[in-house]
Design a protein around this ligand. Structure first.
Ligand code: FAD
Ligand code: MLT
Ligand code: ZN
Length: 475
């Protein structure tokens, strides 16, 4: 199987031999088990069918691979840590998977300029650790940090749990090296904080999901280590109280470093599947909020805030993490939702965003709609980065349920959710991207003219159309 617009000029055997000539035998994987695991991401919805997996060690090799593929009309799927949640790194139509796995060196940590330079295959956690070792902080943080790579973070413009304080991936990127479809190496690696000299092209590649170029090197900003982080978990009776907590916290002048929420059903599923997990509460509650803040000066900032929230009747219960073990435990209740849901059942994911002032109205309308639908054998699990207006809606059914039936019922609800979302002027993807799973829904968020300009942009940078074809939109 190949992509309709591409007619390969060489046979699969010749293409594979050419890859071996560029990167060496050890860096071309052909074993069926390898093709399966390296040819897909976390979504596991589409069957992977890559031609081969190529793991270059240098930018020069990436350039040679792309030039060869461009000249010979061979489709390429760039691949990072394969933790993506929209099938962006899935090779289901005979693509060559270009894995950045072996380009995993941290190249420089600049403690004066507060920057870090790394190859694209470095994991997010490696960057966090290197920054920490140098007495600084790399603020991109997500539960997949041990596996996801900075190249993948850039390609998806990953958000994560600290976006409310530091911004997402885009805000951390100072420079990029990208290899274009024709093999040209475009060096945008200037580690400047300010640079208004013409178009800032690097931003085009951030969030482009591997469709415009392959990221090979990244320069990122670092920030000072946050001081005295305080973490509280709160029990909340009604969703309408969650924006009130945010408003009260903001009005009190504290520095919020994370503001996350999850529902009772999400909490129950984590308690069931995460070894050693305990709830900090005696009574169950419909919603839970995790609030992390920086207590720069003085004592009792969190206590005072929680006191006010109690007095105003906004929260039902709350606990402050008393030590680093509890700090990790509380975060674990939030960060393990994704893995616990996967252990629990079949999952279909929506990742939507709204303006904060529209959240309350949207969630009320959503809950009414879901109550009317009342789908059988399906839990609707809500959680997410609610301080950023980012709501993760997960449809979860038992693993024993027929998968086609599950997806068709969930899809019918999802379409209604997207229609409702469009009325509230929200986005169908806050942070995970479009990939294969959401491309039919792009019109809910982007106008026809926007998509037309996206297609033009794609044609300009990748005229043959070899880079991750079929992702985001069809040509
Ligand atoms: P992959 O999945 O390998 O690829 C993702 C996309 O990027 C694909 O389109 C691929 O073609 C492209 N790509 C990869 N590397 C490159 C490169 N070097 N050059 C060009 N294109 C490339 N996401 C969030 O935003 N916030 C979260 O809080 C979050 N939490 C998560 C928690 C869990 C447990 C899991 C499993 C996922 C989570 N994700 C989250 C989703 C995922 O981790 C992010 O999208 C991440 O940025 C993907 O990085 P990756 O290296 O795994 O990329
Ligand atoms: C999260 O916030 O935990 C991630 O985006 C993963 C998910 O949505 O499952
Ligand atoms: Zn998320």
């Amino acid at each position: 199987m190949t992509h309709a617009h591409l007619t390969p000029k060489v046979s699969p055997a010749v293409a594979i031999e050419s890859m071996v000539n560029i990167v060496g035998k050890d860096s071309v994987l052909l074993d069926p088990q390898d093709l399966k695991s390296w040819g897909t991401d976390w979504t596991k919805v589409f069957e992977p069918e890559p031609l081969c997996i190529v793991q270059p060690k240098t930018t020069e090799a990436v350039s040679k691979i792309l030039k060869y593929c461009n000249d010979n009309q061979l489709a390429v799927t760039p691949s990072g840590g394969r933790t993506g949640l929209c099938a962006g790194a899935v090779a289901s139509q005979g693509e060559i998977v270009l894995s950045l796995h072996k380009m995993n060196k941290i190249l420089d940590v600049d403690a004066v300029g507060m920057t870090i330079t790394a190859e694209a295959g470095v994991t997010t956690e490696m960057l966090q650790n290197a920054a920490k070792d140098a007495g600084m902080f790399f603020p991109l943080d997500l539960a997949a940090k041990g596996s996801c790579q900075i190249g993948g973070n850039v390609a998806t413009n990953a958000g994560g749990v600290k976006l409310i304080r530091y911004g997402g991936t885009r805000e951390q990127v100072l420079g990029l090296e990208v290899v274009l479809a024709n093999g040209e190496v475009l060096d945008m690696n200037v580690a400047l904080r300010k640079n208004n000299s013409g178009y800032d092209l690097k931003h085009l590649f951030i969030g482009s999901e591997g469709t415009l170029g392959v990221v090979t090197k990244v320069v990122l900003r670092l920030v000072p280590k946050p001081k005295n982080l305080q973490l509280a978990i709160m029990a909340v009776g009604s969703f309408t109280d969650i924006p009130k907590i945010l408003q009260t916290a903001n009005a009190s002048g504290v520095t919020i470093t994370a503001f996350e929420f999850f529902t009772q059903v999400a909490h129950k599923i984590v308690l069931k599947h995460l070894p050693g997990a305990r709830t900090p509460f005696q009574e169950i509650s419909d919603y839970y909020v995790l609030l992390e803040l920086e207590q720069a000066e003085g004592e009792g900032v969190m206590e005072n805030l929680l006191g006010k929230l109690f007095d105003d009747g906004i929260i039902a219960d709350a606990t402050i993490a008393a030590n680093s073990t509890q700090f990790k435990e509380f975060w674990g209740l939030r960060e393990n939702i994704t893995e616990s849901l996967s252990a629990h059942g079949q999952v279909r994911k929506n990742d939507i965003s709204l303006a904060i002032d529209k959240l309350e109205g949207f969630v009320a309308a959503l809950q009414q709609m879901l109550a009317n639908e009342n789908p059988k054998d399906m839990d609707l699990v809500l959680f997410g980065h609610i301080g950023d207006g980012n709501l993760h809606i997960n449809y979860v059914s038992p693993k024993s349920r027929d998968s086609k039936d599950f997806h068709s019922v969930a899809r019918a609800i999802e379409e209604k959710v997207f229609k409702l979302l469009a009325e509230f002027k929200g986005s169908i993807s806050a942070e995970h991207g479009i990939g294969l799973t959401k491309k039919k829904d792009l019109h809910f968020t982007r106008t026809e003219r926007e998509v037309a300009w996206m297609r033009q942009t794609k044609k300009m940078w990748d005229p043959v159309g070899i880079l991750n074809p079929g992702k985001i939109f069809d040509l």
